[in-house]
Design a protein around this ligand. Sequence first.
Ligand code: PSV
Ligand code: MN
Length: 425
Amino acid sequence: MQSEILRHNDTLLTQHTRRYQFLKDELEHNGVDVDIILQKLTEFQIAIPSWALGTGGTRFGRFPGGGEPRNLEEKIADVGLLHSLNRSSGAISLHIPWDIPEDAQAIRDLAASYDLKFDAVNSNTFQDQRDQEFSYKFGSLQHVDSQVRKQAIDHNIEVIRHGIELGSKSLTVWLSDGSCFPGQLNFRKAFENTLKSLEEIYKTLPSDWKMFVEYKAYEPNFYSMTVGDWGQSLLYANKLGNKAYTLVDLGHHLPNANIEQIVSLLLMEGKLGGFHFNDSKYGDDDLTVGSIKPYQLFLIFNELVSGMDEKGLNHATDLGWMIDASHNVKDPLEDLLQSVEAIKIAYAQSLLIDRKTLNYAQLNSDVTLCQEILQEAYRTDVRPLVAESRKRAGGALEPIKLFRDKMVRQQLIDVRGSKVMATGL
Ligand code: PSV
Ligand code: MN
């Protein structure tokens, strides 16, 4: 792939250089240190979820497009391909038991050969597995029956064990626990059971690990969710201890929630652990990042950068950056390339915000100026900057163009077949 990337970049170089030079001159004229921004962009990696490499379905059906990965090895190969194209997808997030590594060392070596790390491992107590003794129909960690809770706890501990073998450093717990009808659940008991169960899991966490408690407003339970919002997640995280954090999935809020404010306060409290990026129009739509509300994504990054800088955090490594998106209509790999690009664009724009003047404008309650400053950054076309950082890191100037020119999907179909379906939802 490397020689193909070089050839591809050569053909686009004149056009790219013209655009990049124009932007660079503009930014430097305004006092921006472009090299620092390029450096930050290069370091910023976004983990790819193993469950997004196949076509996602809805409860009405699934329309696989062919060439989907048939096993964990092929999933790693797909992420390796993305990473070679964009040099920004240097990690994979696994979901157990969808992706149990049979030979951990071999899987680790394979990932390393693509320059990939393992990001958070995810447990799954929202589905029943064939060989499972107790059902999660009425919840897992919240369940009224201690045997069900124990089974779910043991599963999470097992997931941590797999993660340790792979060199992962975090566990994401997302629970579908909750209730569908009023009266079904004693809310306090459900909370207490969940907390006690999480404590059992937390106890087994290695000292350099983090636990991410992901919340979701509704679905699959439609009356109450036991970790339903950032307040509940924060309650659990605070009670569990300093290795526990809240995880924000952009699709898990009620309509019009001010996610950037949530992010800002969680960061302020030192309790923002990580992100699941996606986009949505109505609910947990899992659409391509930046496809519906790119301005919201930028405002979130504005808070992230401002909050991380205030705490002296490393943008690239101190929080978990993961995509959690997949749907029915696009090529999943093209979709992921678009998602990563959207994240990098929002990140780059947020690095351009004139924070000094914004602070001055805020102190003077100059609302108009505040908006001007944010939108000045948001309306800057930073794509040449993102492309330049990718080129410098050895990636392709236009990853999707190269993916299509090389007919990668057809090659995958030739090898894997047209009727395969990857594991996932
Ligand atoms: C649940 O909707 C979720 O966002 C959780 O992160 C799960 O792990 C993932 O999606 C499963 O697709
Ligand atoms: Mn998620």
